[in-house]
Design a protein around this ligand. Structure first.
Ligand SMILES: [Cu+2]
Length: 450
């Protein structure tokens, strides 16, 4: 054994040792932390189970800030975990942990005494630009924006002869969505397919772009009354760019079956924010091509580079994505009632999902190629969040609740969606069973929403 291999054996043993002692256990633990400014050690059992060795709290007037020393990097084998702190009023505060060291969590509370700590294995998806719960800070927003730009600079995995429009890794996601549009919307496949798709996007950002965070979600309800001030679309460097410039000739938006709505406020190219020079490569598609049993549109993957267009449209968001709609959706008794508000099989009904696309307009309203807009994944993270929160309210009855078919608009006689229906993603990943995308904490999934 030479010196180098002795060294690597030593490193291996050391690594094994660190992993052995550094796994905290998922679960809920009594804390009973008094509000004190002095560093206070936890007892040895608490420390072993949670990885938290000491804490203190600063009373900052408006906010209390807990500083917590965490000596774990793993929660049951997954790198990263979410710690949820419950105060004595029942409010909770989340902390996502990727690294050992001192972490801080700030909040305002009528009674900041921490009663319990819950540890959840895996990642938490946080909102972008929400100030009500925890929001991404400036550097985290920049990390997400940089990570998705990174996909633009990685080569496509598709053959350029058959897919001339697929110029980079981002486009691989666009191609997958175009390919399956007629079998993954307005049906029983919709929610699980897009959950798995988000997961593939998130893991690709991590594996190929070194991204450490999660896909943020766009909390529409916070923007429903003032879309133009949305931190997601206000055009600042931390946003996902702003509105498109005014195009007087932009037609009114219409559904696939011909219902038309008020036009948006832009229609032209996005000229502000981090995506002002962003190019979309495929489409545009006529939404009427989305039909039951229809083939993929002709020349679907042709290269047609142009600017990112948008047409922010307050009409949709104010009606169908406001807090009352969110509350009603979460209070739905049955999956059918939930889907009636989120995404029923009839494309002419007002829906939260469709209205999110209509609110952004332009490329985001292109039924086939909407993942070309950087806000697509944030909108779908919110759709997924609504579904996950609704499921969590009654997991026994709702975790595997399904309805609908495997064909767009659920035409009579179409095969029903079941837990064994395959979800296909083309070049992005091998297919999975639909049942593998029903639980955010099972199979490949491991995340919670704030
Ligand atoms: Cu979609």
């Amino acid at each position: 054994m030479n010196f180098k291999s002795v060294l690597s054996l030593f490193a291996f043993l050391l690594l094994g040792f660190i992993q052995l002692v550094s796994a905290a256990k998922s679960g809920t633990y009594n804390a009973g932390w008094k509000v004190t400014n002095a560093w206070t050690n936890t007892d040895s059992v608490f420390q072993r189970e949670t990885g938290i060795s000491r804490w203190r709290v600063n009373d900052g007037g408006l906010f209390y800030t807990y500083e917590i020393q965490i000596d774990v990097v793993e929660v049951q084998g997954v790198i990263g975990g979410t710690y949820v702190f419950y105060d004595s009023t029942g409010d909770s505060y989340n902390l996502m942990v990727f690294r050992e060291g001192i972490h801080s969590v700030s909040y305002n509370s009528a009674d900041p005494y921490i009663l319990e700590v819950k540890i959840v294995e895996g990642y938490s998806r946080f909102p972008l630009g929400s100030w009500l719960t925890r929001e991404l800070d400036q550097s985290e927003k920049k990390e997400y924006i940089d990570a998705i730009w990174c996909l633009r600079h990685l080569p496509s995995h598709l053959p350029s002869k058959e897919y001339p429009g697929a110029r980079d890794r981002w486009d691989d996601f666009v191609v997958s969505h175009i390919n399956y549009t007629n079998v993954i919307h307005f049906n029983g496949i919709f929610l699980p397919w897009h959950r798995q798709y988000l997961h593939l996007w998130e893991t690709t950002l991590r594996k190929e772009c070194g991204y450490k965070g999660t896909v943020p979600y766009w909390n529409w309800a916070l923007d429903a009354n003032d879309l133009f001030s949305s931190p997601v679309f206000d055009g600042t460097p931390d946003s996902l760019s702003g509105n498109g410039v005014w195009d007087p000739y932009q037609p009114r938006p219409c559904s696939a079956t011909g219902s038309c709505f008020a036009r948006g406020s832009g229609g032209g190219c996005v000229q502000t924010g981090p995506f002002k020079d962003f190019k979309v490569h495929m489409g545009p598609f006529d939404n009427s091509l989305a039909q039951s049993y229809a083939p993929i549109p002709p020349n679907a993957f042709d290269y047609n580079p142009r600017c990112l267009s948008r047409s922010l449209n307050p009409y949709f968001i104010s009606l169908n994505n406001n807090q009352a709609v969110v509350d009603k959706m979460l209070a739905a008794d049955t999956f059918t009632d939930f889907q009636t508000i989120m995404a029923p099989s009839d494309p002419n009904l007002p829906t939260a999902h469709g209205s999110g696309h209509g609110t952004v307009g332009g490329a985001m309203a292109d039924f086939f190629a909407s993942p070309q807009d950087p806000s697509f994944m944030l909108h779908h993270a919110m759709v997924d969040r609504m579904w996950a929160l609704w499921q969590d309210r009654d997991p026994v009855n709702r975790r595997y609740a399904l309805n609908g078919t495997t064909i767009i608009y659920d035409p009579p006689g179409a095969p029903l969606a079941t837990l064994d229906s395959p979800l296909e993603f083309g070049v992005l990943a091998a297919s999975v069973r639909l049942g593998e995308a029903m639980d955010p904490m099972a199979y490949e999934h491991c995340y919670v929403y704030t």
